[in-house]
Each structure stands twice: as structure tokens, then as C-alpha cells.
Write a protein that binds this ligand. Structure first.
Ligand code: NDP
Length: 531
């Protein structure tokens, strides 16, 4: 067992948690008191039990006798997994209290704080995250099932987001605009006030970092609803915010069910901007709720991202990237490269080399730090199985499959990576997001066909192009319908600095990079007539 294993109290922070066992609605960083905590430890956190813990039910579970209501509660209750934490089931009243706390902060000291001082706080937070990186990685790995190396990378990215936005806080400014004689016109970039953030379970720390980091740098106060399936790391990160000196009410986290706490956040008229990452259906629901109170939204809704391999591609460079783009986080990544188009002359070669790699991949418990951990829950596993059954029923050829290690409990939600070839362009495996480690491959004859096929889904988040032809690189960068296009790489190592977001059903608005700061501010035009 690694010596960095989290102790029996996940979110215990010297200053910020009053007593393990308290279960309350939201974290208020200002009180440092009983309102703070939401984790009650029922058993210890031994790292080797990660897979068992994967299926525990936290909120709304009948394990605790009074809070069930999930349709799949029975499945979970019957799983091999054990409970190790109980979290508050935040209500609309908790959301309201959190929004009020945030509003008070935004109208108080936080709202008056100099941008450079906000940046300094973010910088201290980044340092605290870095100092607690192993602990945060342990928590994230335990909570999501992702291999430790992935969780460590996520913790590093979180620190980097805070660092990036710390440096950006005092560089965000308006402009002057040339106008008529006798006028001076300027623009002011002002924070929205209170921003809401709905975070999914696949990359809690990273998505929190990109969204909340930018919102705070721009001067907003935040209310966050993490996913029911994975919120422990964010509670710890929030406690670190308290310890580095963020003022009361600036950051509030409401745990709970999506349909309750999440919906209440989207509905709340006190939210001035909402940032959502998750499924298209929930995103639409959230956007409709926000529209009812004229609240702007940023939606990041996943994708079916293609990579195109031309016949002049550097295959040695491309192949490991093609594989990693679909197995990272067991394929539960919004920007997963889940489709590959290969130039016909190279098709069999690429498939053969991909197949070799897929056959060597191993899925198993997070603590074993293999290529893939388990999927997040039984529902997600069933979703992947449904796609694979359709593939089988429709005769889509299986080119290769990885393995699930023997040490993985049979009841766990493991999925070996799967490589499918000749996938018809109208098949749901080519069209719809699986959110699992399933790569669909098909050949193309010419550039027009490749572009049409790459663009031929409802999504448009990320695309990759592998070619040495400079003109083609530029043409494709323009022709592909996606928020990000990578040429001879994919994902660019996380790209904290790179604006990110989708077109079409992948959503709208941009997070990450400096661009995100614009979304988290509103522009005011001031026209002075002075003669
Ligand atoms: P959801 O879109 O339902 O959940 C995302 C977030 O929204 C979670 O915090 C969730 O809370 C919250 N939420 C759920 N319902 C509401 C609501 N009515 N109002 C406000 N917030 C709500 O995704 P799922 O977890 O159900 O996953 C389903 C599919 O979505 C996956 O298979 C995958 O295809 C896609 N997905 C895409 C992600 C991405 O990064 N783009 C991330 C996660 C999923 P809670 O979890 O507590 O219900």
C-alpha cells in the first residue's frame, strides 16, 4: 500500500472541519465550523479497496435508511462495495443559503479586493494543492476509480489552473474605443457576481480548476454542485481554499443529487452565470432552467471526436496518441478520440498496429495503476455494454480487445478496451458518445470523404489530424467542425492555456485559457461626452 494513502478521514483539514460526522448542506469557508463538513467516515480508506468503494452509494442511498430515491439504488446496494463516506444531500434551501453567502461575499470584501490580491490568493491555493498533491490524487483515485497516475496528473492540472488564473487575474481589463469627436468611450470588464458550476464525475479536479479558477480570478463568488458520484476531492480542495485565506462565502459547495441540488442551482434566480459540463440532455435542461431567469450559460457536453490519419502520417508518433486518446480515464473523457479515420492504403497496417497495442492493455483496480481503472458506476458499465451488444448484433468486426486482470473483482465495473473496425458511418458506434474505452475505426479514400465523415456527427468538440502535408494541415484545421483541432498531436498535454469548448451538440462557450475569463465577466460600455 503506498505510504501516501489517505487516512481514515478524507476531508479532514486542521482548520476547516469541525468534526467528522457532521453532515450539512454546504461548505461555507468563512465559518470554519459545523456547517463545514459533509463527510462521515464509516470505514477506513485503505487504498487497496478502491474497486470495492467504487460502487458505494453516497447520497440518497437506502444504506442510511432515509435518503434513497435513485432508481438504481438497489443495484448499488447489492454490489460488493462498501460505504466509506456519507455526504449531505443538499436541498434547494442549501443552494439558496450558499447563493446568499456568495452574494454577500461578492458585495463585500471579495468584491472590493484588488485583482492582484485575488491572484495572490489563487497562487497560494495552487501551492497548497501542489503540497497536497499525493493526498488529493489518492482521494480522486479512490472516489472515481481512476488509476493513481491519472489522478496525480489531475491534481497537477488543478494546481496549474490555479497558477494560470492567479497570473491572469490582474491582466484582465477593458479597452478604450475610438468614437466621435468630444467623446471618450471605454469598456469595463466586471464579474457577473455569483457564478454557478455544475461539475461531472469524470475529472472533478480538472473541471473544477478550469471553471472555478477562472471565475474567481475574474472576481466572482462561486456556488459549486459536484457530481454525486465523485465529490470528495473537491471538498478537500475547498478546505485548502479556506486554509490559504479565501474570505467567507467566496466558494460554496453544495453536494447532493443532480435532480435536486443541481436543478435548484440552475433554477436559482441569484445565479448570474452558470457553467455546466456533462451530458447533452442534462445540459439542455440546465440551459432551459437558466433561461427562465436570463442567466448566461457555458455548456460543455462531450463529443465523438475524430482523428484522421493520412497516408503520409508519422505512424510511430500517431499510434500511441490514438490509443491514449481513447483509454485515458477508461474512455470517460469528453474529448476522448473515439473515432479514427485511416487513409485506405494504410488501413490494414494501422489496424494491425493498433490491435497489437489494444491486446496489451490491461484494466484493473485503481491502486494497481494499470492502463485503465473501472468505469464510474454500474449504469455507465451498462451503457458501454449496450453499445457493444449493438456492435455484435450488427456484425461490426472486433479487431482487438485488451484484458481485465485476474485481481479485479468480478463484480467491479471493469471494461477491457475494445477496437472495432469497419464501423458503418451511420452506426451509433460512429455517431454517439459511448463514454467508455471503445475505439471505432473506418477507412477513407480522399480528403473530402475524411472531412465529411469527421464532421458527420451531431458533435464537434475536438479533432485530430495526422499528416506531414502543410497545406493539408491548414485546410483541415479550417474545415473540421470542432472547438479544438490538433495537428500531429492530440490533447496537447492538457492545455490549461488553450481555450476549450464545442460547437453543435458539444455545447457553446469556452473554458480554459485566457478566453474563459471573458465568459466569467460582463462587459460594460461607458461613454463620456466631454466636448
Ligand atoms: P449528467 O449530465 O446527468 O451529470 C452531469 C452533472 O449534472 C452532475 O453534476 C449531475 O449531478 C448534474 N445534474 C444531473 N441532473 C441535473 C439537473 N436536473 N439539473 C442540474 N444538474 C444536474 O451526466 P451523467 O453523470 O448522468 O452521465 C451520463 C452521460 O453523460 C455519460 O454517459 C456521458 O456520456 C455524459 N457525460 C459527459 C461528461 C462530459 O465531460 N462532457 C461528463 C459526465 C457525463 P449528479 O451526478 O449528482 O446527478
Amino acid at each position: 500500500m503506498p505510504d501516501t494513502a489517505a487516512g481514515p478521514t478524507v476531508a479532514v483539514d486542521d482548520q476547516s472541519i469541525a468534526a467528522a460526522g457532521e453532515v450539512v448542506g454546504f461548505i461555507d469557508l468563512g465559518t470554519n465550523s459545523v456547517r463545514l463538513l459533509l463527510v462521515r467516515i464509516l470505514t477506513d480508506h485503505a487504498v487497496e479497496t478502491i474497486t470495492e468503494q467504487k460502487e458505494m452509494v453516497r447520497l440518497g442511498d437506502n444504506v442510511y435508511g432515509d435518503k434513497v430515491l435513485r432508481p438504481d439504488a438497489m443495484d448499488r446496494a447489492l454490489s460488493v462495495c462498501r460505504e466509506f463516506a456519507e455526504l449531505a444531500r443538499g436541498t434547494a434551501a442549501d443552494v439558496d443559503a450558499a447563493v446568499r453567502a456568495a452574494r454577500a461575499a461578492s458585495q463585500g470584501n471579495w468584491g472590493r479586493m484588488a485583482a492582484a490580491d485575488r491572484g495572490r490568493l489563487l497562487r497560494r491555493w495552487a501551492d497548497a494543492v501542489e503540497a497536497h498533491r499525493d493526498e488529493l490524487a489518492q482521494i480522486e483515485s479512490q472516489d472515481t476509480g481512476k488509476p493513481l497516475k491519472q489522478a496525480r496528473a489531475d491534481a497537477a492540472a488543478l494546481a496549474r489552473y490555479f497558477e494560470f488564473y492567479a497570473g491572469a487575474a490582474d491582466k484582465l481589463h477593458g479597452q478604450t474605443i475610438p468614437y466621435a469627436e468630444g467623446y471618450t468611450v471605454l469598456t469595463l470588464r466586471e464579474p457577473h457576481g455569483v457564478t454557478g458550476h455544475i461539475i461531472p464525475w469524470n475529472y472533478p479536479m480538472q473541471i473544477f480548476g478550469r471553471s472555478v479558477g477562472a471565475a474567481l480570478a475574474a472576481g466572482n463568488a462561486c456556488v459549486v454542485k459536484p457530481a454525486e458520484d465523485a465529490c470528495l476531492s473537491l471538498l478537500r480542495v475547498a478546505s485548502l481554499a479556506a486554509s490559504v485565506g479565501f474570505p467567507p462565502g467566496v466558494l460554496n459547495i453544495v453536494t447532493g443529487l443532480g435532480a435536486e441540488a443541481g436543478q435548484a442551482l440552475a433554477d436559482h434566480p441569484g445565479i448570474d452565470h452558470l457553467s455546466f459540463t456533462g451530458s447533452p440532455d442534462t445540459g439542455r435542461r440546465v440551459a432551459i432552467a437558466a433561461a427562465a431567469h436570463h442567466c448566461p450559460v457555458t455548456l460543455e457536453l462531450g463529443g465523438k471526436s475524430p482523428q484522421i490519419v493520412f497516408d503520409d502520417a508519422d505512424l510511430d508518433a500517431a499510434l500511441p496518441v490514438l490509443v491514449n486518446a481513447i483509454i485515458q480515464n477508461a474512455g470517460q473523457t469528453c474529448s476522448a478520440g473515439s473515432r479514427v479515420l485511416v487513409a485506405a492504403p494504410l488501413y490494414e497496417t494501422v489496424l494491425e498496429r493498433l490491435a497489437e497495442r489494444f491486446a496489451a492493455l490491461r484494466a484493473g483496480p485503481a491502486s494497481m495503476d494499470l492502463d485503465l481503472g473501472p468505469l464510474i458506476n454500474r449504469r455507465q458499465q451498462q451503457r458501454v455494454w449496450d453499445f457493444l451488444s449493438d456492435a455484435q448484433a450488427d456484425g461490426v468486426p472486433l479487431a482487438a480487445q485488451g484484458e481485465i486482470v485476474d485481481d479485479a473483482p468480478a463484480e467491479g465495473c471493469y471494461q477491457a478496451p475494445v477496437l472495432l473496425r469497419d464501423v458503418p458511418a451511420d452506426h451509433r458506434l460512429w455517431q454517439d458518445e459511448v463514454f467508455g474505452p471503445v475505439l471505432a475505426v473506418r477507412p477513407f479514400d480522399d480528403e473530402d470523404e475524411a472531412v465529411a465523415s469527421a464532421n458527420g456527427t451531431k458533435y464537434g468538440l475536438v479533432a485530430g489530424v495526422w499528416t506531414r502535408d502543410g497545406a493539408r494541415q491548414l485546410r483541415l484545421a479550417r474545415r473540421l467542425e470542432a472547438g479544438q483541432v490538433f495537428v500531429n498531436n492530440y490533447g496537447a498535454g492538457g492545455g490549461v492555456e488553450l481555450p476549450f469548448g464545442g460547437v453543435k451538440a458539444s455545447g457553446h462557450g469556452r473554458e480554459k485559457g485566457f478566453e474563459a475569463l471573458y465568459a466569467f465577466t460582463r462587459l460594460k460600455t461607458v461613454a463620456l461626452r466631454h466636448g
